[in-house]
Design a protein around this ligand. Sequence first.
Ligand code: 5AD
Ligand code: SF4
Length: 448
Amino acid sequence: MKYSIYTIGCQMNVYDSEKLASILNSCGFDRTDDMDKADVVVCNTCSIRHKAEEKAYSFLGRFARIKKKKPHLITVMAGCVAQQEGEKAFERVPHLDIVLGTRAFERFSRHIRAIQSGSSRIADIEDSAMIYESLPDSECFEGNQVSKFVTIMQGCENFCTYCVVPYVRGRERSRKPEHIIEEIRLLADSGVKEVTLLGQNVNSYGRKEGGISFSELLKKINDIAGILRIRFATSHPKDLSMDLMHAVRDCEKVCNHLHLPVQSGSDVILKKMNRGYTRQYYLNKIDELKEQCPDISLSTDIIVGFPSETMADFNDTMDLIRKVEFDSIFAFAYSNRSSAPAAKFPDQVGEKEKLDRLNLLLQLQEGFTEKKNKAQIGKTLEVLVEGKSSKKHDGFVPLEKNMEQMTGRTVSNKIVHFPSARVNIGDVVRIRIEEAYPHSLWGYPEFD
Ligand code: 5AD
Ligand code: SF4
């Protein structure tokens, strides 16, 4: 019996899908990438924007026909859309067997067995004591073995007015440090070199539980043998402490890179978004960061077309982008989510206007991304090798026998392609950067 998992959405969903895979493994199923061969099909869904939600429904809709030919097929909707919709999901997807909310994973194997023994469809969006703790550790390492995600906390209580996360992921909850450290040790033992610590608001880690702080957790993970790089996402500007800046500066394995979503450069919009900071506060934090951690690479999230956003508000965002000069940005057109308060805000911005603003923003950022990438030419950067490169560089000439084009990332998270016959996945190599493109760098390895 085989299972297949299709993941939509953020890194936390990628991590959750591994947990789902591990549960299905322990139920005696084997993984297959071929959906047609699967006896259990899971769609791990995302509801952050309308488009992601529609993707989940269109994926699951395909199985109506397949199920007619293969009645024993079990179809599962897991994750954020499942949590949001509960039983209602059966109205749009009548052939669905299990709706599994974000905090119901603990009971997944029981539901699978119930369906196998003839039970009718099940929707479980109940809470569990603490997600992840009672589950087996990541034991099914698929794909990239070098770099792994580790969820350290989930949920959010910031209640930004556009966001569904507090409703679909629930209140903020942090995992116990000893469980996180144990999991990372196991990953390190299996050859993993880089971990990305995940949470909707990682820098408020442990605050509610009164345990160790996020900076202290970083220091502990910094001591784990075998791990070479530590990344984390996402940080909230309002909780960015000097302590955390010092941890990034002082822990040699913590990458000199910060993803710090600003969402908007307009004070009026930031207030309506309930972000809890002003534009000037954000700019001051960036100045402090650049002072404490010189050369830090910065990325951000931006929403354009939030209800009532005027051209003047939008221009404030453009101006902030010019001031900070991010290495990269993730920009989104505001998507109306009925469970989030902003859905009822007046003066919703038209779809065309949103897309026009999005394009202007992306165009502006392209110049900065290119400038940042070009500034790397001539430098020698440490690259953690992730695998063979799928794209061949035009000027690629195999100088040695068995030479292949490899790919990896710099500390600042930039993708680097390079030719080599001598490196292995998981090695850290020094690459002299020769060329810069909008989304990647290209260079030659320097060996001692
Ligand atoms: N519409 C558009 N973008 C959104 N995000 C969150 N909610 C919405 C929404 N309703 C973006 C934010 C967040 C990122 C993960 O997704 O920028 O930081
Ligand atoms: Fe959503 Fe705001 Fe929480 Fe981020 S901080 S998950 S945007 S509510």
